[in-house]
Design a protein around this ligand. Structure first.
Ligand SMILES: Nc1nc2c(ncn2[C@@H]2O[C@H](COP(=O)(O)OP(=O)(O)OP(=O)(O)O)[C@@H](O)[C@H]2O)c(=O)[nH]1
Ligand SMILES: [Mg+2]
Length: 231
């Protein structure tokens, strides 16, 4: 009797263990990773923006990025857990040249950053876009423009309307924000959340098209019309 009870307990434990294992396997298999690169001149605040998004604070001190720093954040969009992998790239030519190929390989989205208090960093965006295009980044890869350091209100050199015009001409959304100002942290989050939402919707559309070709229908892959996308 005791054995039987023990046997049942063991069986139940085994079943529950294998259920746990399959659930966690399923979860890890299903977690999609979106690679987002952050590009722009040195000193515009790429490291601070990525730190604000993934760590929730403004770093007390930063040094010029060498090569790349990876930061990851798991987010949940419409019930799906997604890993946003942010590639914080180096703005200085000498610290990036051996890495450039890696930045653009299999990239899912691009964030171009300029400093609103430094006109040169805005003018250089043309060069950054050229570099991106030169690495055969597909037109379907979403791109956004970020004007950082808006907290320095007395020093602004790049007017919003000029930035908006540029963003429109390049089919990008514009975010003007500050990595430093805690009141702007939600705005910083929405840069990455907006891209993650777009990528999720894009991939859902791809599934749907493929399945139509197969002659099958899976309604649960349809994009949600009541999307919680922040943009
Ligand atoms: N006032 C203000 N300063 C900022 C902001 N973001 C960054 N900074 C400052 O700008 C400087 C450069 O920031 P980083 O984030 O290291 O710049 P970066 O673009 O990563 O530079 P590289 O790694 O060399 O490409 C640091 O002194 C930051 O404290 C901001 O929103 N407001
Ligand atoms: Mg940096």
């Amino acid at each position: 009797m005791a054995n039987q009870a023990h046997g049942r307990g063991e069986g139940a434990r085994l079943a529950s263990n294998s259920l746990d294992l399959s659930t966690s396997l399923e979860r890890s298999v299903q977690t999609r990773i979106f690679k987002i690169i952050v590009i722009g001149d040195s000193n515009v605040g790429k490291t601070c923006l990525t730190f604000r998004f993934t760590g929730g604070s403004f770093p007390a001190k930063t040094e010029a990025t060498i090569g790349v720093d990876f930061r990851e954040k798991a987010v949940e969009i419409e019930g799906e857990r997604i890993k946003v992998q942010v590639w914080d790239t180096a703005g200085q030519e000498r610290f990036r040249k051996s890495m450039v190929e890696h930045y653009y390989r299999n990239v899912h989205a691009v964030v171009f950053v300029y400093d609103v208090t430094k006109m040169a960093s805005f003018e250089n965006l043309k060069t950054w876009i050229q570099e991106c295009n030169g690495h055969r980044v597909s037109a379907s890869v979403p791109r956004v423009l970020v004007g950082n350091k808006c907290d320095l209100v007395d020093q602004i050199q790049v007017p919003s309307n000029m930035a908006l015009k540029f963003a429109d001409a390049h089919n990008m959304l514009l975010f003007e924000t500050s990595a430093k100002d805690p009141k702007e942290s939600q705005n910083v989050d929405s840069i990455f959340m907006c891209l993650a939402c777009r990528l999720k919707a894009q991939k859902s559309l791809i599934y749907r098209n493929v399945e139509r070709e197969d002659g099958r229908v899976r309604l649960n892959q349809e994009p949600n019309p009541k999307s919680s996308c922040p943009c």
